[in-house]
Design a protein around this ligand. Structure first.
Ligand code: SAH
Ligand code: SF4
Ligand code: F3S
Length: 433
């Protein structure tokens, strides 16, 4: 009988892909199968996120629950970004944890499994040449890491401390992985990295220097691949060449994530983001001039230390000008080992909450107005998920989530869908072709 693995994945898409890599290694080398039933698991893994304080605080209470519920002899491993930044401390606080495995060290999962209290958290460890075993949660959409780590030093962000320096994965490995996914039936690729459009600046060995635009060109030639998405591009690296390739390459989905963080040039400078409000707006203008139907999503942090009412007003101003299609917004959360951790000009908690609400309310208004314009329109949808009540959902090229009544026969298929009903996050429609 196979051994059972229960894995909980928090954080971003890179963590999800790391979990897939660990599942693959544990299946191939150790004979594990995944389970949703914690109590029957022989191995419990939690792949953690450290980007904000709250999930980190919750880790130990969650570990306590795992410890109580696990079957006798089951091992518990803590992986991911909080593993990288807390290391040993996790085992000190929770001695029943069998091993701690950092975000940069996932390839060592089968090694640490057999050691007692192993802590592998070296952020200089280089996995860029490592070809992982194959496992994908979805056969329709293939997530592929194109770089690891991050070379920026945004003053609020812990990621460079948990994932280390940025290294691009060799182009031939990415192409091979993409071809394998296409052969397995995936029609969509989702490229992952903290700064995808900085791809090619640094490889760990001797490799052909390929930049992100060229990587996109090569991937789009793979037979069977019809759509390519990616996250996150950095506004600083959005040069004209990249934007023009984005617009003219029909395989690249017309949906761009442009993480703004703040609309105030002063706050952006304090955050060390490397661009100004004007540069950001200029890039949006350029993008829309060559790709008029593009949808734009963003990340925003409110109440960064020193953010005044005027600074926040600049963020609202960018929001009104750009009218983002989707936002991920957060209150600033001080993180250890970051520059901003030591800033003393903190924004009052009530003001921070108020700003977050104001921002989110403004976005809801924008979204409601935008959504009305979709009614009656026809979108080409790639179906990926089977939901309850016989609904199948997928995304339009420009990233609108659309559901129709249907069965699993639609999964992995493209159809034209006419929008018949508007919801805030999901639109409903009927297949017309
Ligand atoms: N590399 C990506 C971001 C990865 S982290 C980029 O540069 O855009 C994902 C998001 O978490 C960030 O875009 C930011 O909005 C948010 N974030 C990061 N650190 C944070 C902090 N200390 N407090 C609040 N939000 C934070
Ligand atoms: Fe963090 Fe900035 Fe790197 Fe993004 S670019 S991961 S926000 S340091
Ligand atoms: Fe979280 Fe690490 Fe991703 S901190 S957002 S899991 S890079």
């Amino acid at each position: 009988m196979s051994k059972k693995l229960f894995i909980e994945t928090l954080g971003c898409a890179m963590n999800s892909r790391d979990s897939e890599h660990m599942i693959a290694a544990l299946r191939e080398k150790e004979g594990y199968e995944t389970t949703d039933d914690l109590k029957s698991a022989d191995l419990i893994l939690i792949n953690t996120c450290s980007v904000r304080e709250k999930p980190v605080a919750k880790l130990f209470s969650e570990l306590g629950v795992f410890n109580k519920k696990r079957k006798e002899g089951a091992k518990i491993g803590v992986c991911g970004c909080t593993a990288s930044h807390l290391g040993e401390e996790i085992i000190k606080k929770a001695p029943y944890v069998s091993f701690v495995l950092g975000a940069r060290n996932v390839s060592k999962i089968t090694e640490v499994l057999h050691k007692d209290r192993a802590v592998e958290v070296d952020i200089n460890y280089d996995e860029s040449e490592f070809a992982f075993d194959e496992f994908r949660t979805s056969p329709y959409k293939a997530y592929i890491n194109i770089s690891i780590g991050c070379d920026k030093s945004c003053t609020y962000c812990i990621v460079p401390k948990t994932r280390g320096d940025e290294i691009s994965i060799p182009t031939e490995l990415i192409l091979r992985e993409a071809k394998r996914a296409a052969d397995g039936g995936a029609k969509e690729l989702f490229l992952l990295g903290q700064n995808v459009n900085n791809y090619g600046r640094r490889f760990s060995g001797e490799h052909e220097k390929v930049n992100f635009t060229e990587l996109l060109r090569r991937l789009s030639k793979i037979e069977g691949i019809e759509r390519i998405r990616f996250t996150s591009p950095h506004p600083f690296h959005m040069d004209d060449e990249f934007i023009e390739e984005f617009a003219k390459n029909p395989k690249i989905c017309k949906s761009m994530h442009m993480p703004l963080q703040s609309g105030s040039s002063k706050v952006l400078s304090d955050m060390k983001r490397g661009y100004t409000k004007e540069w950001f707006l200029n890039r949006v203008e350029k993008l829309r001039s060559v790709s008029p139907d593009v949808s734009i999503s963003t990340d925003i942090i409110v109440a960064f230390p020193g953010e005044s009412d005027e600074d926040f007003e600049d963020t609202l101003d960018v929001m009104r000008k750009v009218r983002f299609d989707q936002i991920f917004s957060f209150k600033y959360s001080p993180r250890p080992e970051t520059e901003a951790e030591h800033y003393t000009n903190v924004v009052d908690e009530d003001v921070a909450s108020q700003r977050l609400t104001t921002l989110q309310n403004l976005h809801t208004e924008i979204l409601d107005e935008k959504n009305k314009t979709h009614l009656g329109k026809i979108y080409r949808v790639y179906f990926e998920d089977l939901n309850q009540d016989y609904y199948v959902s997928g995304r339009s090229d420009n990233n609108i989530v659309i559901k129709v009544k249907g069965s699993d026969e639609l999964l992995g298929e493209f159809r034209d869908v006419k929008i018949t009903q508007i919801g805030r996050t999901i639109l409903s429609g009927e297949v017309v072709g």
